[in-house]
Design a protein around this ligand. Sequence first.
Ligand code: SDX
Length: 392
Amino acid sequence: QTGLFTYDPGFTSTASCDSALTYIDGDQGVLLHRGYPIGQLAEHSSYMEVCYLLLNGELPNKAELEDFNRTITRHTMVHEQLSSFYKGFRRDAHPMAVMCGVVGALSAFYHDSTDIADPLHRKISSHRLIAKIPTIAAMAYKYTVGQPFVYPDNKLSYTGNFLKMTFGVPAEEYEVIPAVERAMDRIFILHADHEQNASTSTVRLAGSSGANPFACMAAGIACLWGPAHGGANEAALNMLREIGTPDRIPHYIERAKDKNDPFRLMGFGHRVYKNYDPRATVMQKTVREVFEALKVTDPVFETAMRLEEIALNDPYFIEKKLFPNVDFYSGIILSAIGFPTTMFTVLFALARTVGWVAQWNEMISDPGQKIGRPRQLYTGPTQRDYVPIEQR
Ligand code: SDX
Protein backbone atom coordinates (compact mmCIF):
# COMPACT_ATOMS: atom_id res chain seq x y z
CA GLN A 1 0.00 0.00 0.00
CA THR A 2 1.80 3.16 -0.96
CA GLY A 3 0.63 6.47 0.37
CA LEU A 4 2.02 9.97 0.64
CA PHE A 5 3.03 11.44 3.93
CA THR A 6 1.73 14.99 4.30
CA TYR A 7 3.96 17.13 2.12
CA ASP A 8 5.18 19.98 4.29
CA PRO A 9 4.93 23.06 2.02
CA GLY A 10 6.67 25.04 4.75
CA PHE A 11 10.21 23.85 4.15
CA THR A 12 12.34 26.00 1.89
CA SER A 13 14.20 24.12 -0.80
CA THR A 14 17.99 24.15 -0.47
CA ALA A 15 18.32 23.43 -4.19
CA SER A 16 18.08 27.05 -5.32
CA CYS A 17 20.80 29.62 -4.64
CA ASP A 18 21.64 33.29 -5.07
CA SER A 19 24.33 34.07 -7.62
CA ALA A 20 25.69 37.22 -9.24
CA LEU A 21 27.71 35.48 -11.93
CA THR A 22 25.42 34.63 -14.83
CA TYR A 23 21.93 35.63 -15.85
CA ILE A 24 19.84 33.67 -18.39
CA ASP A 25 16.46 34.67 -19.79
CA GLY A 26 15.43 31.42 -21.48
CA ASP A 27 12.38 32.91 -23.19
CA GLN A 28 14.34 35.79 -24.73
CA GLY A 29 17.52 33.80 -25.37
CA VAL A 30 19.61 36.16 -23.23
CA LEU A 31 22.88 35.16 -21.52
CA LEU A 32 24.86 37.70 -19.46
CA HIS A 33 28.08 37.19 -17.51
CA ARG A 34 28.26 39.81 -14.73
CA GLY A 35 25.90 41.89 -16.91
CA TYR A 36 27.83 41.59 -20.20
CA PRO A 37 26.00 39.88 -23.13
CA ILE A 38 27.68 36.67 -24.31
CA GLY A 39 27.65 37.93 -27.92
CA GLN A 40 29.75 40.98 -27.00
CA LEU A 41 32.16 38.94 -24.87
CA ALA A 42 32.57 36.36 -27.66
CA GLU A 43 33.17 39.15 -30.19
CA HIS A 44 35.49 41.46 -28.27
CA SER A 45 36.89 39.65 -25.24
CA SER A 46 39.37 36.83 -24.57
CA TYR A 47 38.85 33.74 -22.44
CA MET A 48 41.38 34.98 -19.89
CA GLU A 49 39.49 38.27 -19.67
CA VAL A 50 36.20 36.40 -19.15
CA CYS A 51 37.87 34.25 -16.47
CA TYR A 52 38.93 37.42 -14.65
CA LEU A 53 35.40 38.86 -15.04
CA LEU A 54 33.71 35.73 -13.64
CA LEU A 55 36.14 35.47 -10.72
CA ASN A 56 36.31 39.17 -9.81
CA GLY A 57 33.05 40.70 -11.01
CA GLU A 58 34.58 43.36 -13.29
CA LEU A 59 36.46 43.36 -16.61
CA PRO A 60 40.19 43.84 -15.89
CA ASN A 61 42.20 46.86 -16.99
CA LYS A 62 45.42 46.24 -18.91
CA ALA A 63 47.64 45.88 -15.83
CA GLU A 64 45.13 43.61 -14.04
CA LEU A 65 44.84 41.36 -17.10
CA GLU A 66 48.63 41.13 -17.50
CA ASP A 67 48.99 40.24 -13.83
CA PHE A 68 46.22 37.63 -14.05
CA ASN A 69 47.78 36.10 -17.17
CA ARG A 70 51.16 35.94 -15.39
CA THR A 71 49.60 34.23 -12.37
CA ILE A 72 47.78 31.63 -14.46
CA THR A 73 50.80 31.03 -16.68
CA ARG A 74 52.94 30.34 -13.60
CA HIS A 75 50.70 27.40 -12.66
CA THR A 76 50.38 25.63 -16.06
CA MET A 77 52.86 22.83 -15.23
CA VAL A 78 51.57 19.77 -13.37
CA HIS A 79 53.50 17.75 -10.77
CA GLU A 80 55.78 15.42 -12.75
CA GLN A 81 54.48 12.42 -10.81
CA LEU A 82 50.97 13.17 -12.04
CA SER A 83 52.02 12.12 -15.53
CA SER A 84 52.57 8.56 -14.26
CA PHE A 85 48.89 8.60 -13.24
CA TYR A 86 47.88 8.43 -16.91
CA LYS A 87 49.76 5.17 -17.40
CA GLY A 88 47.21 3.44 -15.18
CA PHE A 89 44.53 3.90 -17.86
CA ARG A 90 44.04 1.72 -20.94
CA ARG A 91 45.08 3.59 -24.07
CA ASP A 92 41.53 3.35 -25.40
CA ALA A 93 40.00 4.83 -22.24
CA HIS A 94 37.57 7.67 -22.98
CA PRO A 95 39.45 10.92 -22.21
CA MET A 96 36.59 11.97 -19.90
CA ALA A 97 37.32 8.91 -17.74
CA VAL A 98 40.93 10.09 -17.56
CA MET A 99 39.82 13.64 -16.67
CA CYS A 100 37.59 12.40 -13.84
CA GLY A 101 40.46 10.38 -12.40
CA VAL A 102 43.30 12.85 -12.83
CA VAL A 103 41.41 15.96 -11.65
CA GLY A 104 40.08 14.04 -8.65
CA ALA A 105 43.68 13.13 -7.80
CA LEU A 106 44.95 16.72 -7.83
CA SER A 107 44.25 17.15 -4.11
CA ALA A 108 46.84 14.40 -3.51
CA PHE A 109 49.42 16.63 -5.21
CA TYR A 110 48.31 20.12 -4.17
CA HIS A 111 46.94 19.54 -0.69
CA ASP A 112 48.83 22.70 0.40
CA SER A 113 46.01 24.77 -1.15
CA THR A 114 42.99 22.74 -0.07
CA ASP A 115 42.26 24.59 3.20
CA ILE A 116 38.99 26.10 1.97
CA ALA A 117 38.55 28.25 5.08
CA ASP A 118 41.54 30.34 4.00
CA PRO A 119 40.67 32.83 1.19
CA LEU A 120 44.30 32.78 -0.02
CA HIS A 121 44.22 28.97 -0.34
CA ARG A 122 40.90 29.24 -2.19
CA LYS A 123 42.45 31.73 -4.60
CA ILE A 124 45.57 29.58 -5.18
CA SER A 125 43.58 26.40 -5.82
CA SER A 126 41.25 28.34 -8.14
CA HIS A 127 44.19 29.62 -10.17
CA ARG A 128 45.81 26.17 -10.14
CA LEU A 129 42.65 24.56 -11.54
CA ILE A 130 42.19 27.13 -14.33
CA ALA A 131 45.90 26.95 -15.21
CA LYS A 132 46.34 23.19 -15.12
CA ILE A 133 43.13 21.99 -16.75
CA PRO A 134 44.44 22.65 -20.32
CA THR A 135 47.65 20.75 -19.52
CA ILE A 136 45.68 17.84 -18.04
CA ALA A 137 43.27 17.84 -21.01
CA ALA A 138 46.09 17.90 -23.57
CA MET A 139 47.84 15.07 -21.71
CA ALA A 140 44.62 13.03 -21.79
CA TYR A 141 44.55 13.44 -25.58
CA LYS A 142 48.27 12.67 -25.99
CA TYR A 143 47.91 9.52 -23.89
CA THR A 144 45.05 8.17 -26.02
CA VAL A 145 46.97 8.77 -29.27
CA GLY A 146 50.22 7.34 -27.90
CA GLN A 147 52.24 10.53 -28.32
CA PRO A 148 54.61 12.04 -25.71
CA PHE A 149 53.26 14.73 -23.41
CA VAL A 150 54.20 18.24 -24.52
CA TYR A 151 55.17 20.65 -21.74
CA PRO A 152 53.46 24.06 -21.51
CA ASP A 153 55.12 26.88 -23.47
CA ASN A 154 54.42 29.93 -21.39
CA LYS A 155 55.38 32.35 -24.13
CA LEU A 156 52.06 31.46 -25.76
CA SER A 157 48.53 32.58 -24.85
CA TYR A 158 46.41 30.34 -22.64
CA THR A 159 44.62 28.93 -25.69
CA GLY A 160 47.66 28.86 -27.96
CA ASN A 161 49.51 26.94 -25.25
CA PHE A 162 46.70 24.40 -25.11
CA LEU A 163 46.71 23.92 -28.91
CA LYS A 164 50.47 23.38 -28.90
CA MET A 165 50.34 20.90 -25.96
CA THR A 166 47.61 19.03 -27.86
CA PHE A 167 48.80 19.02 -31.45
CA GLY A 168 52.51 19.79 -31.12
CA VAL A 169 55.13 17.00 -31.17
CA PRO A 170 58.70 17.28 -29.82
CA ALA A 171 60.15 16.43 -33.24
CA GLU A 172 58.73 19.49 -35.00
CA GLU A 173 58.06 23.19 -34.57
CA TYR A 174 54.37 23.88 -33.91
CA GLU A 175 52.87 27.04 -35.34
CA VAL A 176 49.66 28.28 -33.71
CA ILE A 177 47.26 29.46 -36.46
CA PRO A 178 45.81 32.78 -35.21
CA ALA A 179 42.33 32.14 -36.66
CA VAL A 180 42.20 28.71 -34.99
CA GLU A 181 43.48 30.16 -31.70
CA ARG A 182 40.76 32.87 -31.92
CA ALA A 183 38.04 30.32 -32.68
CA MET A 184 39.17 28.02 -29.85
CA ASP A 185 39.33 30.96 -27.44
CA ARG A 186 35.81 31.98 -28.46
CA ILE A 187 34.54 28.42 -27.92
CA PHE A 188 36.06 28.52 -24.44
CA ILE A 189 34.24 31.83 -23.76
CA LEU A 190 30.92 30.33 -24.94
CA HIS A 191 31.30 27.43 -22.49
CA ALA A 192 32.71 29.36 -19.50
CA ASP A 193 29.64 29.45 -17.28
CA HIS A 194 25.94 28.86 -17.55
CA GLU A 195 24.16 29.53 -14.24
CA GLN A 196 22.97 26.50 -12.23
CA ASN A 197 23.22 23.75 -14.89
CA ALA A 198 23.54 20.14 -13.76
CA SER A 199 27.34 20.02 -13.48
CA THR A 200 27.60 23.40 -11.76
CA SER A 201 24.92 22.34 -9.27
CA THR A 202 26.95 19.17 -8.71
CA VAL A 203 30.05 21.22 -7.95
CA ARG A 204 28.09 23.46 -5.57
CA LEU A 205 26.50 20.51 -3.77
CA ALA A 206 29.86 18.72 -3.41
CA GLY A 207 31.51 21.96 -2.27
CA SER A 208 28.79 22.68 0.28
CA SER A 209 30.05 19.75 2.38
CA GLY A 210 33.51 21.34 2.58
CA ALA A 211 35.10 18.93 0.10
CA ASN A 212 38.30 20.25 -1.47
CA PRO A 213 37.88 22.13 -4.79
CA PHE A 214 39.79 19.54 -6.84
CA ALA A 215 37.38 16.78 -5.76
CA CYS A 216 34.41 19.09 -6.44
CA MET A 217 35.60 19.80 -9.99
CA ALA A 218 36.01 16.05 -10.60
CA ALA A 219 32.35 15.64 -9.56
CA GLY A 220 31.39 18.36 -12.06
CA ILE A 221 33.34 16.63 -14.83
CA ALA A 222 31.57 13.35 -14.10
CA CYS A 223 28.15 15.03 -14.35
CA LEU A 224 29.05 16.98 -17.50
CA TRP A 225 29.96 13.72 -19.29
CA GLY A 226 26.31 12.67 -19.70
CA PRO A 227 24.86 12.90 -23.25
CA ALA A 228 21.95 15.01 -21.95
CA HIS A 229 24.51 17.60 -20.81
CA GLY A 230 28.07 18.20 -21.95
CA GLY A 231 28.28 14.85 -23.74
CA ALA A 232 25.80 16.24 -26.28
CA ASN A 233 28.51 17.87 -28.42
CA GLU A 234 30.08 14.47 -29.11
CA ALA A 235 26.62 12.92 -29.62
CA ALA A 236 25.49 15.75 -31.93
CA LEU A 237 28.34 15.32 -34.41
CA ASN A 238 27.94 11.53 -34.32
CA MET A 239 24.23 12.06 -35.06
CA LEU A 240 24.93 14.47 -37.94
CA ARG A 241 27.41 12.01 -39.43
CA GLU A 242 24.88 9.18 -39.07
CA ILE A 243 22.24 11.29 -40.84
CA GLY A 244 24.79 11.99 -43.56
CA THR A 245 22.90 13.70 -46.37
CA PRO A 246 20.00 16.19 -46.07
CA ASP A 247 17.54 13.78 -47.76
CA ARG A 248 17.76 11.57 -44.64
CA ILE A 249 16.78 14.39 -42.28
CA PRO A 250 12.96 13.86 -42.37
CA HIS A 251 13.41 10.29 -41.11
CA TYR A 252 15.36 11.52 -38.07
CA ILE A 253 12.95 14.39 -37.42
CA GLU A 254 10.10 11.85 -37.27
CA ARG A 255 12.13 9.62 -34.94
CA ALA A 256 12.82 12.58 -32.65
CA LYS A 257 9.07 13.23 -32.42
CA ASP A 258 8.16 9.59 -31.75
CA LYS A 259 7.65 9.14 -27.99
CA ASN A 260 8.29 5.41 -28.35
CA ASP A 261 11.68 6.08 -29.87
CA PRO A 262 14.42 7.06 -27.39
CA PHE A 263 16.17 9.04 -30.16
CA ARG A 264 16.47 12.76 -29.48
CA LEU A 265 17.93 15.42 -31.76
CA MET A 266 21.30 15.95 -30.05
CA GLY A 267 22.29 19.59 -29.76
CA PHE A 268 18.61 20.57 -29.74
CA GLY A 269 16.41 21.64 -26.85
CA HIS A 270 17.32 23.00 -23.45
CA ARG A 271 16.13 22.97 -19.83
CA VAL A 272 16.05 26.77 -19.79
CA TYR A 273 16.25 28.20 -23.33
CA LYS A 274 12.85 28.16 -25.02
CA ASN A 275 14.39 30.36 -27.69
CA TYR A 276 17.56 30.24 -29.73
CA ASP A 277 20.62 29.59 -27.50
CA PRO A 278 22.68 32.77 -28.07
CA ARG A 279 25.83 30.66 -27.94
CA ALA A 280 24.66 28.61 -30.94
CA THR A 281 24.39 31.79 -33.01
CA VAL A 282 28.05 32.62 -32.40
CA MET A 283 29.03 28.97 -32.90
CA GLN A 284 27.44 28.81 -36.36
CA LYS A 285 29.31 31.97 -37.42
CA THR A 286 32.56 30.50 -36.10
CA VAL A 287 32.15 27.38 -38.26
CA ARG A 288 32.40 29.54 -41.36
CA GLU A 289 35.47 31.40 -40.02
CA VAL A 290 37.34 28.19 -39.22
CA PHE A 291 36.47 26.59 -42.56
CA GLU A 292 37.80 29.68 -44.32
CA ALA A 293 40.97 29.88 -42.23
CA LEU A 294 41.78 26.20 -42.68
CA LYS A 295 40.53 26.06 -46.29
CA VAL A 296 38.41 23.07 -45.38
CA THR A 297 34.74 22.24 -45.45
CA ASP A 298 32.57 19.49 -44.08
CA PRO A 299 29.32 18.39 -45.75
CA VAL A 300 27.95 17.79 -42.26
CA PHE A 301 27.68 21.59 -41.83
CA GLU A 302 25.18 21.78 -44.70
CA THR A 303 23.25 18.90 -43.13
CA ALA A 304 23.26 20.69 -39.75
CA MET A 305 21.95 23.94 -41.24
CA ARG A 306 19.26 22.11 -43.23
CA LEU A 307 18.27 20.12 -40.14
CA GLU A 308 17.96 23.35 -38.16
CA GLU A 309 15.83 24.93 -40.90
CA ILE A 310 13.45 21.94 -41.11
CA ALA A 311 13.17 21.51 -37.34
CA LEU A 312 12.51 25.20 -36.70
CA ASN A 313 9.61 25.05 -39.16
CA ASP A 314 8.18 21.81 -37.78
CA PRO A 315 5.00 22.23 -35.65
CA TYR A 316 6.31 19.77 -33.01
CA PHE A 317 9.54 21.70 -32.46
CA ILE A 318 7.69 25.00 -32.55
CA GLU A 319 5.15 23.82 -29.98
CA LYS A 320 7.84 22.31 -27.72
CA LYS A 321 10.06 25.42 -28.21
CA LEU A 322 13.07 23.37 -29.26
CA PHE A 323 16.02 25.27 -30.74
CA PRO A 324 19.69 24.47 -31.40
CA ASN A 325 21.80 24.77 -28.27
CA VAL A 326 25.51 25.34 -27.67
CA ASP A 327 26.32 21.75 -28.63
CA PHE A 328 24.72 21.68 -32.08
CA TYR A 329 27.52 23.29 -34.11
CA SER A 330 30.50 23.11 -31.75
CA GLY A 331 31.54 19.62 -32.81
CA ILE A 332 31.80 20.64 -36.47
CA ILE A 333 34.36 23.31 -35.53
CA LEU A 334 36.30 21.06 -33.16
CA SER A 335 36.45 18.31 -35.77
CA ALA A 336 37.72 20.77 -38.40
CA ILE A 337 40.47 21.88 -35.98
CA GLY A 338 41.51 18.24 -35.56
CA PHE A 339 39.96 16.99 -32.32
CA PRO A 340 38.42 13.50 -32.23
CA THR A 341 34.78 13.43 -31.01
CA THR A 342 35.93 11.83 -27.75
CA MET A 343 37.74 15.05 -26.86
CA PHE A 344 34.71 17.33 -27.34
CA THR A 345 33.35 17.04 -23.80
CA VAL A 346 36.88 17.33 -22.41
CA LEU A 347 37.05 20.74 -24.10
CA PHE A 348 33.67 21.65 -22.61
CA ALA A 349 35.01 20.66 -19.14
CA LEU A 350 38.22 22.66 -19.75
CA ALA A 351 36.26 25.81 -20.57
CA ARG A 352 33.64 25.31 -17.84
CA THR A 353 36.28 24.92 -15.11
CA VAL A 354 36.33 28.71 -14.59
CA GLY A 355 32.54 28.71 -14.16
CA TRP A 356 32.65 25.84 -11.70
CA VAL A 357 35.50 27.51 -9.78
CA ALA A 358 33.78 30.91 -9.72
CA GLN A 359 30.46 29.39 -8.59
CA TRP A 360 32.25 27.31 -5.94
CA ASN A 361 34.08 30.40 -4.66
CA GLU A 362 30.85 32.39 -4.57
CA MET A 363 29.16 29.68 -2.53
CA ILE A 364 32.02 28.85 -0.14
CA SER A 365 32.75 32.53 0.55
CA ASP A 366 29.20 33.09 1.77
CA PRO A 367 29.45 33.00 5.60
CA GLY A 368 25.84 31.85 5.78
CA GLN A 369 26.24 28.89 3.41
CA LYS A 370 25.08 25.51 4.69
CA ILE A 371 25.52 21.99 3.35
CA GLY A 372 23.12 21.40 0.46
CA ARG A 373 20.28 19.04 1.33
CA PRO A 374 17.61 18.82 -1.42
CA ARG A 375 14.38 17.29 -0.07
CA GLN A 376 11.99 14.79 -1.74
CA LEU A 377 8.33 14.01 -2.17
CA TYR A 378 8.04 10.57 -0.50
CA THR A 379 6.05 8.11 -2.66
CA GLY A 380 6.88 4.86 -0.82
CA PRO A 381 4.73 2.73 1.58
CA THR A 382 3.37 4.21 4.81
CA GLN A 383 4.81 2.74 8.07
CA ARG A 384 4.25 -1.03 8.51
CA ASP A 385 5.52 -3.82 10.83
CA TYR A 386 8.26 -6.35 10.05
CA VAL A 387 7.02 -9.76 8.74
CA PRO A 388 9.09 -12.82 9.77
CA ILE A 389 10.38 -14.78 6.77
CA GLU A 390 8.25 -17.86 7.65
CA GLN A 391 5.16 -15.72 7.05
CA ARG A 392 6.25 -14.21 3.72
C1 SDX B 1 23.78 21.58 -22.17
O1 SDX B 1 21.48 23.42 -18.28
C2 SDX B 1 22.37 23.95 -18.99
O2 SDX B 1 22.58 25.17 -18.96
C3 SDX B 1 23.19 22.99 -19.83
C4 SDX B 1 24.13 23.66 -20.82
C5 SDX B 1 25.28 24.34 -20.13
O3 SDX B 1 25.89 25.24 -20.76
O4 SDX B 1 25.65 23.90 -19.02
O5 SDX B 1 23.44 24.59 -21.62
C6 SDX B 1 24.76 22.62 -21.74
O6 SDX B 1 23.67 20.57 -21.52
C7 SDX B 1 22.92 21.85 -23.37
C8 SDX B 1 21.90 20.69 -23.64
C9 SDX B 1 22.69 19.59 -24.36
N1 SDX B 1 21.88 18.38 -24.49
C10 SDX B 1 21.40 18.01 -25.68
O7 SDX B 1 21.50 18.66 -26.71
C11 SDX B 1 20.72 16.64 -25.66
C12 SDX B 1 19.44 16.72 -26.48
N2 SDX B 1 18.48 17.56 -25.77
C13 SDX B 1 17.50 16.88 -24.94
O8 SDX B 1 17.99 15.72 -24.32
C14 SDX B 1 16.75 17.86 -24.05
O9 SDX B 1 16.45 18.96 -24.81
C15 SDX B 1 17.34 18.32 -22.76
C16 SDX B 1 17.84 17.19 -21.92
C17 SDX B 1 18.45 19.27 -23.01
C18 SDX B 1 16.22 19.02 -22.04
O10 SDX B 1 15.22 18.03 -21.88
P1 SDX B 1 13.83 18.42 -21.24
O11 SDX B 1 14.04 19.03 -19.92
O12 SDX B 1 12.88 17.27 -21.36
O13 SDX B 1 13.37 19.57 -22.24
P2 SDX B 1 11.96 20.15 -22.32
O14 SDX B 1 11.22 20.04 -21.02
O15 SDX B 1 12.09 21.49 -22.96
O16 SDX B 1 11.24 19.17 -23.39
C19 SDX B 1 9.97 19.56 -23.89
C20 SDX B 1 9.51 18.41 -24.77
C21 SDX B 1 9.57 17.06 -24.07
O17 SDX B 1 8.53 16.29 -24.65
P3 SDX B 1 7.15 16.15 -23.80
O18 SDX B 1 7.54 15.51 -22.48
O19 SDX B 1 6.61 17.55 -23.64
O20 SDX B 1 6.28 15.25 -24.67
O21 SDX B 1 10.40 18.32 -25.91
C22 SDX B 1 10.99 17.03 -25.93
C23 SDX B 1 10.89 16.47 -24.53
O22 SDX B 1 10.87 15.06 -24.59
N3 SDX B 1 12.38 17.22 -26.33
C24 SDX B 1 12.93 16.74 -27.43
C25 SDX B 1 14.26 17.18 -27.41
N4 SDX B 1 14.47 17.89 -26.32
C26 SDX B 1 13.30 17.92 -25.64
N5 SDX B 1 12.42 16.00 -28.44
C27 SDX B 1 13.29 15.68 -29.43
N6 SDX B 1 14.58 16.08 -29.49
C28 SDX B 1 15.11 16.82 -28.49
N7 SDX B 1 16.39 17.19 -28.53
